[in-house]
Design a protein around this ligand. Structure first.
Ligand SMILES: N[C@@H](CCC(=O)N[C@@H](CS)C(=O)NCC(=O)O)C(=O)O
Length: 208
């Protein structure tokens, strides 16, 4: 009898798309074949999820993004194509990083590539819902900024998380006006006058 190989279980031609809209846009940390910038419809990105591991701790949870249903909204990010036997490995990694440590669940959404040459296709996305124990919910940009500037976790400072997402949007989606994200960035930068308002200094510290 022939041995069952991983190729039998997950043929090379099988592909899975994973959509990232938070830390996954700058740090996927799993093997992927290709990536595309684009968006999903029906969701808005909000800094309404708590994080007591990566960017905060149990006493001072940080603030990270999740998706909130909104028929009139869309969220920009990156879709990554994973193929063949790398699918199992990437899902195992993301399950730990997103679900176990982050409290996210998975949903299947339609991803629309910005490059019109590619057709929309389905993608897996990790979302933290409001029934999650570390979900923090809505707050003003000022309240969110005050929390972000004071939190740090095992992966780094919460400011880095914010500024890397801002960096991604400005670099790859310059045409998109993400008022929620940029109002939190402005509130965060205004909390640090001692840095003489230098964005470079803040970026240097946050991404050190
Ligand atoms: N699921 C969102 C958010 C992912 C996210 O930011 N998850 C946190 C877990 S709470 C994380 O992985 N953080 C790693 C980091 O902060 O560098 C995405 O698709 O990007």
């Amino acid at each position: 009898m022939n041995q069952t190989t991983s190729e039998d279980i997950m043929p090379e031609k099988t592909s899975l798309w994973i959509f990232g809209y938070g830390s996954l846009v700058w740090k996927p940390d799993f093997k992927f074949r290709m990536s595309k910038v684009g968006y999903i419809q029906g969701y808005k990105r909000r800094f309404w999820h708590g994080d007591n591991f990566h960017r905060g701790d149990k006493d001072m949870p940080g603030r990270v993004v999740t998706l909130v249903e909104d028929d009139d909204a869309c969220t920009w990010g990156v879709a990554y194509e994973v193929k063949g036997t790398e699918i199992e490995e990437s899902l195992k990694y993301l399950n730990t990083r997103e679900a176990v440590l982050g409290g996210y669940i998975t949903k299947v959404v339609e991803f629309i590539p910005r490059d019109g040459g590619h057709l929309p296709h389905l993608a897996l996305v990790y979302i933290a819902t409001c029934d999650n124990p570390i979900y923090l919910g809505p707050a003003s940009p000022e309240e969110i900024a005050a929390q972000i500037t004071t939190c740090r976790g095992k992966t780094g400072h919460n400011i880095e998380y914010l500024l890397r997402l801002v960096q991604f949007m400005r670099l790859y989606c310059p045409e998109v006006e993400d008022e929620h994200l940029f109002s939190i960035e402005a509130a965060t930068l205004s909390l640090m006058p001692y840095m003489l308002g230098s964005k470079q200094a803040i970026h240097a510290i946050a991404t050190a």
